[in-house]
Design a protein around this ligand. Structure first.
Ligand SMILES: Nc1ncnc2c1ncn2[C@@H]1O[C@H](COP(=O)(O)OP(=O)(O)OP(=O)(O)O)[C@@H](O)[C@H]1O
Length: 797
């Protein structure tokens, strides 16, 4: 065993190469090192009719005949269908030019990093999507129209020129006769061409960029203090629009004064004197004022909508971008709760949508109306002046219980949502395990709690509304009663009383509106708080300054003193793991259930960060690499083959919707997808249903595998890649995979003995530790002779 445990230093050069051991004797159950190693006859799959129909794929029998191993199938036709994606440049020229532009500005960036999180927007070739990617990566870019090359100043070089052929190049120098350019297709070397030739190709658009200065960690601490910046910063961005809204509100509220003045004059001057001409003049004046009021109100709500809509799109996009980049060890446990948090964004949107904002904008004008009541009605101004603070104080006192009711309603709503999503996701299990009764009980309990909180919230909110309505009615009544007495005393005219009544009503109106939305305001506060918590969770790309571009790293993998604990778990899932997988090595990882195999795979692709130690790719700690770059080098297929609603093609090309058809076909053929899509009338357009439920487990697995193979990564980490396949499908998959992994590093996590053919080194894990690592034959021998039994016993921590 000591020979095997020497791990990294040992190679198995003298060991049987992959594919040379498809003998029944080698077939064993690798699940439990501490159980007897059982010989399991490797069943030669029965070649089904389907496999014979497809002439391009040799039958299992042919395959085993053709070579003693799995690597000798040079006659596989898909190899002629398309070269490996790594050998062909499918990238958009503009993206490539941006990479060159970054490097000319002294910053090396990989195309993977640039593309990381790039919204699709008609594909990465789409100019605006590429520009957005560059901005995200820290370059301030601008596309400008420059009709001719002479319109481009040499002082602004380098810049990207868009070409009529839909290509692009980087212009680095320009003189009367020649131009110095870099074509991304020809690498990074500048070439000189005649200026007139470039002019002929030039499409009239140039892209200029400037790399933004980066702040260090001290700055990010300050940024954390301004946690809600993501929200207020965006709203602030639309301040110019809100300024227009403010001006419109000012005019609307001034026009509101016209109406009471009109009534006052009609009652006081027109009626007593029967001055019909004056009436007509006043009527025309007020009609014009109403018209203005109408136009301004519409414009105001239009501006509010525009600002709200734009802010909404930006905020929702930021939220989603952040959500997708949150480190998994920080992600909230419950998907339902998380979804609920995001749904609360809707109530937050209400905050900056027209109705809410307009009521708040109108609020300061109540002082103008109160002042006017004083101007016309003298001491009667005290009626609204006392009522307003009274309403505000009562409303303010209601805030605390309202806030508490909303908070508990929010929590219960989140739990309701979490339960709902869990039930819907596991509906088959709920039915088959006859858990309907339990689920129904849990549902009713949480619905009851949520309904109680909601009704409490509604009662409080209603009280605040009715209370402000009552205040407005009382104000009106007191003004009339007091006004009549003042008319009797000759201190007020009839028109004055009507004007005071209208103005007092206007002063109270925004209060009623604000009272009506008090609960919504509290809800928005709550939503902002919970979304803010989400937005401050660390992301995978948190420390951008650390991620350099590592081009040309050897595809070796290493773990150094690697330990990992899942958040909230006391037990280490991985403990002091060390290994070195050399470039091109084929490693199998086996071990009992829960021994940490999948966790190791997840740490290699940076889904979780080590609690201690490091994972290294090509000798570089993967934490220093951008996740997009890391994951484009290391393709990972997890045990859960999650597919998204859409068709087979969309799911395979999910990382690159513009992927070349040949590349998709190649990946699909290796993974065995072509075998079943051929039989479907829609071919690659075959729908997969939500979560891939329209496919069988094996088909889902094939699509997930094709997805990982699409970009032809140098390292492949496959977690139980054939667990759902039948023997025939597994045999063919294994056979095709063997032909493409010759130069790749393969990490194969498996319980299936039959898959072990692909590897030449075995690592055995138990309770989060590596208990054996060495040439396949030696490890298998040790397993057979039960030498690993003692070491594999579960440990208590
Ligand atoms: N998301 C998670 N949160 C908390 N603990 C987890 C999580 N995933 C796995 N674990 C724990 O980590 C340990 C290792 O799990 P892992 O999935 O790596 O085992 P495995 O060897 O791949 O098992 P299997 O062969 O059954 O797939 C287990 O004890 C498991 O309970």
């Amino acid at each position: 065993m000591s020979e095997m445990n020497s791990r990294t230093e040992q190679t198995d050069n003298d060991e049987t190469t992959a594919g040379n051991s498809t003998k029944p004797d080698d077939a064993r159950d690798m699940t439990t090192p501490d159980t007897d190693v059982q010989a399991e006859a490797l069943q030669q799959p029965e070649a089904g009719p389907d496999s014979h129909e497809d002439e391009s794929v040799p039958s299992p029998k042919d395959a085993s005949d053709a070579s003693d191993g799995l690597q000798g199938s040079s006659a596989i036709p898909w190899k002629t269908i398309a070269p490996a994606p790594a050998d062909v440049d499918y990238e958009s020229p503009l993206l490539r030019c941006l990479v060159v532009l970054f490097s000319l500005h002294g910053r090396t960036i990989s195309i993977e990093k640039l593309k990381g999180g790039l919204p699709e927007h008609g594909g990465p070739s789409h100019t605006s999507a590429c520009l957005r990617a560059a901005m995200q990566a820290g370059m301030n870019v601008r596309a400008v129209h420059r009709q001719k090359l002479e319109n481009i100043s040499t002082l602004t070089l380098p810049c990207i020129l868009l070409l009529k052929t839909k290509g692009a190049c980087v212009l680095t120098g320009l003189n009367d006769k020649t131009a110095e350019i870099i074509f991304p297709e020809t690498g990074g070397t500048p070439i000189e061409i005649l200026r007139y030739k470039l002019e002929e190709e030039y499409a009239g658009y140039a892209i200029f960029g400037k790399v933004e200065g980066r702040l260090d960690k001290r700055a990010s601490e300050i940024k954390l203090l301004k946690a809600k910046r993501w929200f207020w910063g965006t709203i602030w961005h639309y301040l110019p629009i809100y300024k227009h809204v403010g001006v419109a509100s000012l005019v609307i509220n001034l026009l509101a004064i016209v109406s009471p003045l009109f009534f006052m004059n009609v009652y006081d001057r027109v009626v007593p004197n029967n001055a019909l001409d004056t009436l007509w003049v006043l009527a025309i004046g007020i009609a014009i004022a109403y018209l203005f009021d109408f136009i301004l109100r519409n414009l105001r709500s239009y501006f509010c909508d525009v600002a709200g809509k734009n802010a909404d799109i930006i905020l929702a996009s930021r939220l989603m971008q952040h959500l997708m980049s949150i480190r998994l060890d920080n992600k909230p446990d419950s998907t339902g709760t998380l979804a609920n948090n995001l749904r609360e964004f809707e109530s937050l949107r209400e905050f900056f949508s027209s109705t809410t904002l307009l009521a708040i904008i109108d609020l300061p004008f109540l002082f103008v109306f109160i002042a006017l009541v004083g101007f016309i009605g003298g001491p009667m101004l005290f009626v609204p002046a006392l009522a307003v603070p009274l309403v505000v104080i009562i409303g303010w006192l209601l805030q605390y219980p309202l806030q508490r009711a909303i908070e508990s309603g929010y929590k219960e709503g989140a739990q309701k949502n979490a339960l709902l999503i869990e039930i819907l996701n596991g509906i088959e299990t709920v039915k088959t395990s006859q858990a309907e009764g339990r689920m129904q009980r849990m549902w009713e309990r949480v619905v009851g709690m949520s309904a109680r909180s909601n009704s409490h919230t509604k009662t409080l909110a209603n009280f605040s509304i009715t209370m402000s309505m009552l205040a407005a009615q009382l104000v009106s009544m007191i003004i009339i009663v007091w006004g009549v007495h003042r008319i009797g005393a000759g201190d007020l005219t009839m028109g004055g009383l009507i004007a005071c009544n209208i103005l007092a009503g206007r002063a109270m109106a925004p209060l009623s509106q604000v009272a009506a939305m008090l609960s919504r305001l509290q809800q928005s506060r709550m939503a902002l708080k919970s979304l803010d918590l989400l937005m401050t969770l660390p992301t995978e790309r948190a420390d951008d300054s650390a991620s350099l571009c590592y081009v040309g790293l050897a595809p070796s993998l290493a773990a150094e003193e690697l330990s990992f604990r899942y958040p909230g778990n006391e037990r280490l899932a991985l403990e002091n793991v060390n290994f070195l997988f050399r470039p091109g090595e084929k490693i199998g990882i086996i071990g009992k259930m829960g021994s940490g195999k999948s966790t190791l795979g997840k740490l290699i692709v940076g889904l979780y960060q080590p609690s201690e130690g490091a994972v290294k790719l090509g000798g570089v700690d993967i934490r220093q690499m951008d996740v997009a770059e890391l994951r484009s080098r290391a393709g990972y297929v997890s045990q859960d083959n999650y597919l998204f609603y859409g068709n087979v093609r969309e799911n395979i090309a999910i990382s690159n919707p513009n992927a070349d058809d040949n590349a998709i076909l190649r990946a699909a053929t290796i993974a065995g997808v072509t075998d079943f899509v051929q039989a479907h009338p829609a071919g690659f357009g075959m729908p997969v249903g939500e979560r891939g439920m329209a496919l069988s487990g094996g088909q889902r697995q094939s699509v997930a595998l094709a997805r990982a193979l699409l970009n032809d990564p140098e390292i492949l980490i496959l977690d139980e890649p054939s667990s759902n396949m039948d023997n025939g499908a597994e045999f063919q998959f294994k056979h095709r995979l063997a032909t493409i992994i010759k130069d790749k590093t393969l990490v194969l996590i498996t319980h299936r003995m039959s898959m072990i053919d692909l590897v030449d080194r075995l690592v055995v894990m138990d309770s989060g530790r590596i208990i054996a690592d060495g040439p396949k034959a030696a490890v298998l021998n040790a397993l057979k002779n039960e030498q690993l039994r003692a070491a594999a016993k579960p440990r208590t921590m």
